[in-house]
Design a protein around this ligand. Structure first.
Ligand SMILES: NC(=O)C1=CN([C@@H]2O[C@H](COP(=O)(O)OP(=O)(O)OC[C@H]3O[C@@H](n4cnc5c(N)ncnc54)[C@H](O)[C@@H]3O)[C@@H](O)[C@H]2O)C=CC1
Ligand SMILES: N[C@@H](CC=O)C(=O)O
Ligand code: NA
Length: 881
């Protein structure tokens, strides 16, 4: 892990300097009390990379390794000018990009399409070849004869690729070189076989052939198009010095000299160079170790002062988090060198930190691009801000987790102000060879905690117990509580590390990521009751979601849909183009408690809303709990606001005291702005005197259309068919639905009425009140058609129409629901379709009431009203208006 950590040099430096202190001064911990413990259950840390700040420096050392197989390099002095600067662009193509002859051809096409004056192309071996080459060495030194067959396979692979890609003289000369190289390799491997051992140089010599062959093939492929191209064995140019286990540092001066010399012999406009391989100052072949081709590209880019180094790979760029853990991860368009350095942990681990060092000093941007998706612009890693306002995108760039760590906590009151405590602790840690990933100590000095790889914690713990045995034996230790969390921020300010329990890591990662990368108006939506209104709402969301995201930064994700028998859950968002099909095929048995848990347990999205599109009383009874959990509620269901007064008041009190929202515009007048108008009046200090009107779309439709041409039962069936009625149309005909709306408006106006306080004139014939189902009721309704025809004729004879009205009499604190007769010229007689008309008489609108009129029922308008509430919620959460 340390090889991939963002700041390995810094971590090691810390440990090393503490260790030095110990040797020089020893520890001086006298009479101090402490607790010592370690927790194996602690699992991971979340790192948060930040922007801003200054560079970290990189030091190199000068260890040299024994020489082995040498390569020859001409040493004559040639003073041809090596052009440097903006005319050069450097490209690097990894093994996957060079994986097949077709891909090598695509690489050639990409290189040829770059209009830069000069191009330097660094290539890796064809995919899997480096492993095949290491395997050859491994087999030979284990005296496994099959290395000969394995070498044959390597040969066949390259011969087949070359035959596919090249022809004529190019093919012949490549194959002749391949034959000769394979003969040398056979000899080298045979020597290794006999010795039963391969020196590092021998191994590097063998392994580097993958690059030699891929570079030659690409160079021939480019030359085929007529472009001037040479290939370069980078071992002739790139000189490195070992700088630690599995690590080398470039010798820039010597490399530049050699590059100049090489160029004087072959001043081509396009140079294809081998990645990964290099040589020592003594011309011994070596490699830049794993991920070395990126490093080669960065060094060569620095040597020619390229305008840009493009690293081609198979991902669209650098992700904001590991996309396997956070599906919301996005490609970052820009990163500073320091951020990229810190972020080298990620799943899309596209860049080794040391790759950044050579280009950083010359301020050369690195661009990570996807060879298989040329249209993606990739991620640019550079020093300068990429946009006008001086910021590199967001203030926080990325999140990553490191698993399997253990946190060691050393704690005691005697630690404060005692010099040497930490050096004593870290001396012990160093002695067992454990790598400290993170250290945290508060200025109170009473505790110090640090994270080490879990596999090393047992040794660390045992060594600490031995080191502090006396204090333990003297009973100066109390039983320690394990510090389950720690947080650390280094002075570089590029990284904040938080230690968490392993099982919390991915959740924490998602939550932290969403906080920075999702807009604060990202809403996770749970739809309850995908019937007429719920289903229409889902379709409206499907059609409008992209527009809202694009224009208003409102990101609506339906992460759950539940009906009464099945439910469909998703962590990141259901594909609304096929929600019906998914609900049929992939649903699980409905369980409202689990559904709500799915919502509240989701840590990806910053806001959650449950949309109750049922007419169910029991669903409505849960609003209080949902609001308490911080889940917003939106509904067209009238049951909560027209249910028992005490529950209603409790719900509203909770909602007003919290920052959780509850919207229910569609409960009265469907999509018409009734609740919002009333609120607007009240909140601006107007006084409601009376609200009167036709509140039922169903009853409006019935009486607007029951004009002697169709029977009453036919018109009721039409209203049901049109989607105006409640799931059970008796709720409409009984006047209960209107009474509920009257109660909702009355309570909104401050009246404390119960549903039972409203006298209701029911239109349901008594004989049908006890029907066991809505269907049975509809079937039996025609037998009352004659009674209705009579009532209608009587009214008509008097020049009047029938209208079902509701009244909130705020002055007298009461409500009414009645079937009335109105003269034909009365505004209520002028309605059509499912029109509602609501007249607000207030202190301000006293002479002429404020009137809202329009369709008050139906799928589209009602779902539209619910949708409006969702946008109202987004707006409350900060969406632009
Ligand atoms: N139709 C309209 O014009 C208007 C309707 N509304 C209200 O909209 C709501 C829905 O009405 P419609 O869509 O017409 O009814 P619907 O009967 O078509 O849909 C209701 C859906 O809820 C489901 N459901 C019932 N109980 C459930 C439970 N416990 N858990 C999960 N799902 C459950 C049903 O299976 C059905 O899919 C009602 O409250 C109604 O009063 C409000 C304004 C206008
Ligand atoms: N069934 C209701 C629907 C709206 O609330 C009506 O007819 O008005
Ligand atoms: Na409304």
């Amino acid at each position: 892990m340390t090889g991939r950590v963002a700041l390995p040099v810094v971590h090691r430096a810390m440990v090393a300097s503490l260790a030095t202190n110990i040797r020089q001064g020893g520890t001086s911990a006298q009479c101090w009390k402490y607790d010592l413990s370690q927790d194996r259950s602690l699992g991971g840390s979340v790192r948060i990379g930040q922007s801003q700040g200054s560079f970290l420096t990189h030091r190199s050392t000068n260890l040299l390794r024994p020489a082995a197989a040498a390569i020859s390099v001409e040493q004559d002095d040639v003073n041809t000018y090596l052009p440097k600067g903006d005319m050069w662009s450097v490209h690097k193509f990894g093994g996957t990009c060079m994986g097949t002859p077709q891909r090598i051809q695509s690489v050639a096409d990409i290189v040829l399409s770059d209009s830069s004056e000069r191009k330097l192309v660094i290539v890796s071996a064809m995919s899997k070849v480096t492993d095949m080459m290491y395997n050859l060495v491994h087999k030979a030194q284990s005296r496994d004869d099959s290395y000969m067959i394995a070498l044959e396979e390597v040969f066949e692979k390259h011969m087949a690729a070359a035959k596919d890609l090249l022809d004529g003289e190019d093919l012949a000369s490549f194959l002749s070189q391949l034959h000769s190289d394979v003969s040398s390799l056979r000899a080298m491997l045979s020597a290794i076989y006999i010795a039963g051992h391969a020196t590092e140089s021998f191994s590097d010599f063998v392994v580097g052939h993958g690059e030699l062959w891929s570079a030659q093939m690409l160079s021939y492929a480019i030359k085929k198009s007529g472009a001037p191209c040479s290939w370069m064995d980078t071992r002739e140019v790139l000189v490195v010095k070992p700088s630690g286990p599995n690590q080398v540092d470039p010798d820039y001066l010597e490399s530049e000299k050699r590059l100049q010399k090489w160029f004087s012999r072959q001043p081509a406009e396009i140079i294809v160079a081998t990645g990964f391989i290099a040589s020592t100052a003594e011309n011994i072949p070596t490699t830049l170790k794993r991920d070395g081709s990126d490093f080669s590209a960065a060094i060569i880019g620095s040597l020619v002062r390229a305008r840009q180094v493009t690293i081609w790979t198979d991902v669209d760029g650098v992700f904001s988090a590991d996309p396997r853990k956070v599906s919301e991860a996005v490609i970052l368009s820009t990163l500073s060198y320091q951020e990229a350095w810190e972020m080298s942990y990620f799943g899309a681990n596209v860049l080794h930190p040391r790759t950044i060092i050579p280009v950083m000093k010359d301020n050369i941007p690195i661009v990570i691009r996807n060879m298989f998706n040329i249209s993606a612009p990739g991620t640019m890693i550079c020093r300068q801000p990429a946009n006008d306002n001086g910021d590199l995108d967001a203030c926080v760039k990325s999140f990553a987790t490191i698993d399997n760590l253990a946190l060691v906590n050393v704690e005691g009151t005697g630690m404060a102000g005692v010099p040497g405590t930490s050096s004593a602790i870290f001396s012990v840690v160093k002695d067992v060879g454990a790598n400290v990933i993170m250290i945290s100590q508060a200025s109170s000095e009473h505790s110090i905690c640090f994270a080490v790889p879990e596999k090393e914690v047992a040794a660390v713990s045992a060594a600490l117990h031995v080191r502090f045995r006396e204090a333990l034996a003297a009973g100066r230790l109390s039983k320690a509580n394990i510090n389950v969390r720690a947080i650390a921020q280094g002075c570089s300010e590029y990284n904040i590390t938080v230690v968490l329990k392993q099982e919390d890591c991915v959740r924490a990662l998602r939550a932290a990521h969403s906080r920075f990368f999702l807009s604060k108006t990202t809403l996770a939506v749970g739809i309850i009751g995908p019937g007429l209104i719920g289903g229409t709402l889902l379709n409206q969301l499907k059609d409008q979601a992209a527009v809202l995201k694009e224009n208003m930064n409102i990101d609506l994700r339906v992460i759950g849909i539940t009906g009464s028998s099945t439910m469909l859950l998703s962590d990141t968002g259901i594909d609304l183009t096929q929600w019906k099909e998914l609900l049929r095929k992939e649903a699980e048995p409905a369980d409202l408690a689990n559904f709500v848990r799915h919502m509240s347990d989701n840590h990806v999205f910053p806001n959650k809303v449950l949309v109750d599109c049922t007419a169910d009383t029991s669903v409505a009874s849960h609003y209080y709990d949902w609001l308490k959990k911080g889940i917003h509620v939106i509904t067209p269901n009238k049951k909560a606001n027209s249910g028992p007064l005490d529950r209603y008041l409790k719900l509203r009190t909770l909602q007003r005291a919290s920052y959780t929202h509850y919207f229910y515009e569609a409960t009265v007048g469907a999509g018409l702005p009734i609740i919002s108008t009333l609120r607007g009046l009240l909140e601006t200090g107007d006084k409601i005197l009376r609200i009167e009107g036709i509140f039922s779309g169903t009853l409006s439709y019935i009486f607007n259309n029951f004009e002697g041409t169709r029977t009453f039962s036919n018109v009721v069936a039409e209203a049901k068919e049109a989607g105006y009625t409640e799931p059970d149309p008796r709720d409409d005909l009984s006047g209960t639905d209107v009474a509920r709306k009257v109660i909702i408006l009355a309570r909104e106006s401050g009246l404390t009425l119960e549903l039972s306080d409203i006298p209701v004139k029911s239109l349901v014939p008594e004989a049908l009140a006890s029907c066991s189902s809505a269907d049975e009721f509809m079937q039996k309704l025609p037998s009352f058609d004659e009674d209705w025809a009579k009532q209608r004729s009587e009214a008509e004879a008097a020049g009047e129409v029938l209208r079902y009205v509701g009244v909130v009499d705020a002055v007298n604190q009461k409500g009414q629901v009645e079937l009335r007769r109105y003269k034909r010229d009365h505004p209520f007689a002028q309605l059509s379709g499912s029109d509602n008309i609501i007249a607000f008489t207030t202190s301000r609108y006293k002479e002429q009431p404020l009137i809202v009129r329009g369709p008050g029922a139906g799928a589209e308008v009602t779902a539209g009203g619910v949708f409006c509430d969702m946008l109202r919620l987004a707006s409350s959460l900060g969406a632009p208006s």
